[in-house]
Design a protein around this ligand. Sequence first.
Ligand code: XMP
Length: 183
Amino acid sequence: MRKDVHRVLLDREAIASRVTALGRAIADDLESTGGPSREIVLVPILTGSIVFVADLIRHLPQRLRIGVMSVSSYPGRSLESKSALIHGSLPDDLAGRHVLIVDDILDTGQTLALVRRIVLEHHAAQVRTCVLLRKSRPRVEEVDVDYVGFDIPDVFVVGYGLDYNDYYRNLPDLVTLRPEAMR
Ligand code: XMP
């Protein structure tokens, strides 16, 4: 797999320290707005956020539940975000809940905007959003993000849960790939 890597954009140490800081910021906000008993529902967007969310929740001491949402926007070998499609069932019982939607990366904005709308339609009391990465590019849909790990250039990245054609999710660093690896 190493020969497929063009360059390491963010290494595992940089990711770990930023995820720790994000977790602390989220936990502090929850505590200051609702006290230590504030319960939240995390809605991770599958599949790209799995590694991020696994690390993030271990920095959140609050009582929390997880209700995943499965969305596809980069099917197969695509390097461009297609419009977002929801798959499978939605988390139930969101009414009156404090929800934190977690995604791996904000690109065109369509995925996060769609999931946010759906969560609001389920009458959540409050919806916040968190992404590990935010690409610097114009958004197709504007969406406010409350917590951002890193701002990155408009390049296609894999690793730490993110994939190309469903591969490379297991790389511990966030990397770009050589063009030959993306055929
Ligand atoms: P939108 O365009 O809806 O896209 O904001 C968000 C989803 O698209 C995927 N995505 C990527 N996946 N490398 C990836 O592996 C990337 O550079 C990339 N950019 C967007 C991702 O699944 C995200 O949830």
